[in-house]
Ligand binder design. Structure first.
Ligand SMILES: NC(=O)c1ccc[n+]([C@@H]2O[C@H](COP(=O)([O-])OP(=O)(O)OC[C@H]3O[C@@H](n4cnc5c(N)ncnc54)[C@H](O)[C@@H]3O)[C@@H](O)[C@H]2O)c1
Length: 256
């Protein structure tokens, strides 16, 4: 957190559970919540990146987030880590459903097994993590669930229809859960990143020409980076957004 970053007293000591918190935007979320004094638990499959992040934050602050290896396609294991978090760390206040995978695929080549696998990663865990964490939030008197959507839905991007389908469904998930959980003071919102220049995006999909084309269409001529996304997640978790639920917030530098 730099010196200009907002400080949210309501996040101090809060238990924050982040999927895919070990790299990319997730690492920035882990750092940001940790620096707010929250008790962060992250799950990921990238042990090297996640453990390095934990070590970095321990060295920097003297405290460390807790990392668990968990493939979120395995719902039983995801629910088990959420349950253990409630028992060992405290009731989850904020669930950040961040992990996803945007691998490209041809619409011709998709078969049922691939469809199911993509949904098991990009959509299904969001519901089951919310289902499990909501029980702890109810006990604790409220909470915040932040589901990560994608600008690809609005831009109607091709070459990855299953990813875009899952990301579109997240808007319905957010709105419906916001209705069901509002009575328990649990808020559910969608955070919609634009084209964020993570390591993976730059390695796999976005070359200099693509980046220039994206910036040409952004209102703001900046390189969108993970640290531009995390502050909005902090806000959505904090008491400052206590009357906001069922919303979609885009952080995309005005890409359109
Ligand atoms: N980067 C972008 O431009 C962009 C744009 C729109 C939306 N998003 C969304 O933002 C979120 C974060 O994206 P990102 O770009 O940081 O992605 P990323 O691929 O860089 O990071 C995703 C993280 O999730 C982890 N992960 C992947 N599969 C997992 C699994 N099965 N179980 C547990 N963890 C797993 C990865 O190891 C990684 O740490 C995603 O929901 C993504 O769809 C990103």
């Amino acid at each position: 957190m730099n010196q200009q970053s907002a400080r949210y007293a309501s996040l101090e000591q809060r238990v924050v559970f982040i999927t895919g918190g070990g790299s990319g935007i997730g690492a920035s979320l882990t750092r940001a919540f940790h620096h707010q004094g929250a008790r962060v638990v992250l799950v990921d499959i990238n042990d090297t990146a996640s453990e390095a992040l934990v070590d970095e934050l321990r060295a920097e602050t003297g405290a460390a987030p807790r990392y668990h290896h968990c493939d979120i396609r395995d719902v039983a294991s995801l629910k088990q880590v959420i349950h253990a978090t409630g028992q060992n760390v405290g009731p989850i206040h904020t669930l950040v459903n961040n992990a996803a995978n945007d691998d490209r695929h041809s619409w011709r080549e998709v078969d049922v097994a691939y469809w199911d696998e993509r949904m098991s990663l990009n959509l299904r865990p969001m519901f089951f993590a919310a289902q499990a964490a909501a029980e702890q939030m109810i006990q604790a008197g409220g909470g915040s669930i932040i589901n990560f959507g994608s600008v690809s839905v609005r831009m109607a991007l091709g070459g990855l229809p299953l990813y875009v389908t899952a990301k579109a469904a997240i808007h319905g998930l957010t709105r419906s859960l916001a209705r069901d959980l509002g009575q328990y003071n649990i808020r559910v919102n969608t955070l919609v990143p634009g084209a964020v220049m993570t390591e993976r995006q730059l390695e796999k999909w976005i070359g200099p020409d693509d980046e220039a084309a994206i910036q040409a269409r952004q209102c703001l001529k900046l390189r969108l980076e993970p640290q531009h996304i995390a502050p909005t997640a902090l806000f959505l978790a904090s008491a400052e957004s206590q009357a906001m639920t069922g919303q979609e917030l885009s952080v995309d530098a005005g890409w359109g």
